[in-house]
Design a binder for this molecule. Structure first.
Ligand SMILES: NC(=O)c1ccc[n+]([C@@H]2O[C@H](COP(=O)([O-])OP(=O)(O)OC[C@H]3O[C@@H](n4cnc5c(N)ncnc54)[C@H](O)[C@@H]3O)[C@@H](O)[C@H]2O)c1
Ligand SMILES: [Zn+2]
Length: 361
């Protein structure tokens, strides 16, 4: 087992990465302060992992709440089901919530923990690759609004993150690829060496080779932990982690939540960011091909939905959180392995990027 640390003073916490860790009471015991534990999961994950995960919390006689499965349920109405259960079961403010699932469950459980009685503890047990390499670390929590992704939320750090890589064996291929998009992201942002490693090892990752997978997760978590330590509330360097996300969130919202997976939209968005960077004169055509090949190799889409016109993108990107004082901030690439946040892009070039990448129908 590997232990990484997210260093945030009194809000510091460990990330445990390894195999056969679900149900390990010794691991999570130091992370629990009170006596009440509520496991939040969904109808897909519950039959697979709820009993096993609950074993780790047996001494607390954990309760659970099972939410419907899907990005379209990541909203305030479904969030209320968690509060209903907590109140019915008389949970007090020393309780701990446990997020057992992918990024949707993690974001919702974390947000419920941030709000319930003005803030209670929570633990992340991420079960998708995407959640293991990204969403479970860093304390961003929240739900969607019909007008925009993740628009209602809070920063709330977990007490620990337990990444049992064995849970990935039941994940379907499309979800695995979606997670790989966020893995690729770390390389493109700040680690050219990791880009090279991914180019060589993508086949192993798709074949779920345990060693390669563990290495990718560790590298991603290390990067995320460093960035979050340097800039917890995203006033600087953390914004780079949004590479591909301004385009991606527009695609997710525009296509209707649940149609494009978050990671698929992010992969597409990273390719568009690379393309715009080339049009700005920062990247070579060869660089863009390299990004496209990597995304393609991860079996991610390389064409945006046909209905996502320039006007629709602009409309949706204007409500994205990266907009400041009316200007759209984009994360672009100065080089493969070096991202920057900029408002300095030419809208005409952006139009070209969007038109070039829209599917023909
Ligand atoms: N908070 C953050 O920093 C952050 C970062 C990135 C993404 N996100 C959010 O994460 C969400 C996407 O997360 P996701 O990709 O994990 O999607 P998800 O949570 O919807 O999970 C994907 C699917 O896989 C199923 N599943 C989960 N674990 C499984 C397993 N081990 N075996 C079989 N099936 C399993 C789920 O039930 C679901 O159907 C988005 O809402 C996105 O906004 C948040
Ligand atoms: Zn993301």
């Amino acid at each position: 087992m590997i232990t990484l640390n997210v260093d945030l003073g009194e809000r510091s916490y460990p990330i445990f990465i390894g195999r056969q860790m679900l149900g390990d009471a010794g691991l999570i015991r130091p992370c629990i302060n009170g006596t009440q534990v509520m496991i939040v999961t969904n109808e897909t994950i519950a039959p697979l992992y709820l009993d096993k995960a609950a074993q780790a919390f047996a001494e607390f006689e954990p309760r659970h709440v099972i939410l419907p499965d899907g990005e379209q349920y990541k909203n305030l109405e479904v969030l209320n089901q968690i509060f209903d259960e907590l109140l019915v079961q008389h949970f007090d403010r020393h309780c701990t919530l446990v997020a057992l699932g992918g990024g949707v469950i993690g974001d919702m459980t974390g947000f419920a923990a941030a709000c319930y009685q003005r803030g209670v503890d929570f633990i992340q047990i991420p079960t998708t690759l995407l959640a293991q390499v990204d969403s479970s670390v860093g304390g961003k929590t929240g739900v969607n609004h019909p007008q925009g992704k993740n628009m209602i939320g809070a920063f709330h750090q977990p007490r620990c993150v337990v990444i049992d890589t064995d849970t990935l064996t039941t994940l379907d291929d499309r979800q695995l690829s979606a997670g790989l998009a966020e893995v690729i992201k770390y390389g493109l942002i700040r680690d050219i060496g990791f880009v090279g490693w991914l180019e060589t090892n993508m086949d192993k990752l798709l074949a779920r080779d345990p060693e390669a997978t563990a290495y990718a997760i560790e590298t991603a978590c290390r990067c995320k932990a460093e960035v979050v330590t340097a800039d917890e509330k995203e006033s600087g360097v953390r914004a780079l982690l949004n590479l591909g996300h301004t385009f991606g969130h527009a695609i997710e919202t525009g296509a209707g939540y649940g149609h494009w997976l978050h990671g698929e939209a992010v992969g597409m968005g990273m390719l568009m960011a690379a393309d715009l960077s080339m049009r700005q004169g920062w990247l070579s055509e060869e660089d863009v091909r390299r990004v496209e090949n990597l995304i393609d190799k991860a079996e991610l889409p390389t064409r945006a939905p046909h209905n996502m016109t320039y006007e629709r993108f602009m409309e949706l990107m204007a409500v994205d959180k990266k907009v400041r004082a009316g200007q759209i901030n984009l994360v672009l690439l100065e080089a493969v392995g070096n991202a920057v946040v900029t408002t300095g892009f030419d809208p005409e070039l952006l139009r070209e990027t969007i038109e070039t990448h829209r599917a023909t129908e």
